[in-house]
Design a protein around this ligand. Structure first.
Ligand code: ADP
Ligand code: MG
Length: 208
């Protein structure tokens, strides 16, 4: 089982649909510990990505276009971070026409490494990384155990992302706007971890 540009297009559309369906929730979460724009930011960015989808150049061209669109259309911290994620994925995809489970996991890992490099956050800082990092750890472990079961591996990654999202509630934010609140950031779910869990959930639903 491998992931080609058509599968990646399905994923990006599903992510945009998921963001649109959850935009109000994302904004509500961001109103508690930020500036109430995460839903609007992500909805605008992912809609722009969908408007430019073109699979004719293969996976890397598709992912690079998505990344550049997110960087240029999303104000706020999340645009450059999600944009970097897809740009680094594109770099890792190289000129492959399709990615097998190991190559997909490596590309997603490159994307997450890009978010770390760009945002300088780590585990426990109450950011999107608290969903992304456990998801990639689960994905790598599942792919190593059974490279033939991409669907099962992505399901494990999506479940880990959701658990990571939920685990942001008791954390105190150490990065981004929410960190300005100090201890008052405790007790709220991180908006970026919530959108990142949607990214993995839609991957599990559409890529295999
Ligand atoms: P802004 O904070 O600029 O208003 P958004 O509201 O769109 O941008 O996105 C906020 C989300 O971005 C946070 O919930 C958090 O998950 C994520 N975030 C903020 N700073 C960082 C960082 N340095 N590294 C990773 N993620 C971050
Ligand atoms: Mg915000």
């Amino acid at each position: 089982m491998s992931v080609d540009a058509t599968a990646l297009e399905r994923w990006l559309r599903a992510f945009a649909d998921g963001i649109a369906a959850h935009a109000d929730e994302l904004t509500r979460l961001d109103s508690a510990i930020g500036d109430a724009d995460h839903g609007a930011n992500m909805a605008r960015g992912t809609a722009a990505v969908v408007a430019k989808l073109d699979t004719s150049g293969g996976p890397a061209v598709l992912l690079k276009q998505a990344g550049m669109t997110l960087v240029s259309t999303v104000g706020g911290a999340s645009g450059p971070l999600y944009g970097t994620f897809f740009l680094r994925m594109a770099g890792a995809a190289g000129d492959a026409d399709a990615l097998d489970a190991a190559a997909l996991a490596a590309a997603l890992r490159a994307g997450v490494d890009g978010v770390v490099a760009r945002g300088k956050a780590g585990p426990g800082d109450k950011t999107m990384l608290d969903a992304l990092l456990p998801a990639l750890d689960a994905l790598d472990a599942a792919v190593a155990a059974d490279p033939g079961d991409l669907a099962g591996a992505l399901r494990a990654a999506a479940d880990a992302a959701a658990a990571g999202r939920d685990a942001t509630v008791p954390m105190q934010a150490r990065k981004g706007r929410a960190s300005y609140l100090g201890e008052r950031s405790i007790g709220h779910q991180d908006p970026g971890a919530t959108s990142a869990a949607l990214l993995l959930e839609t991957a599990a639903a559409t890529l295999p």
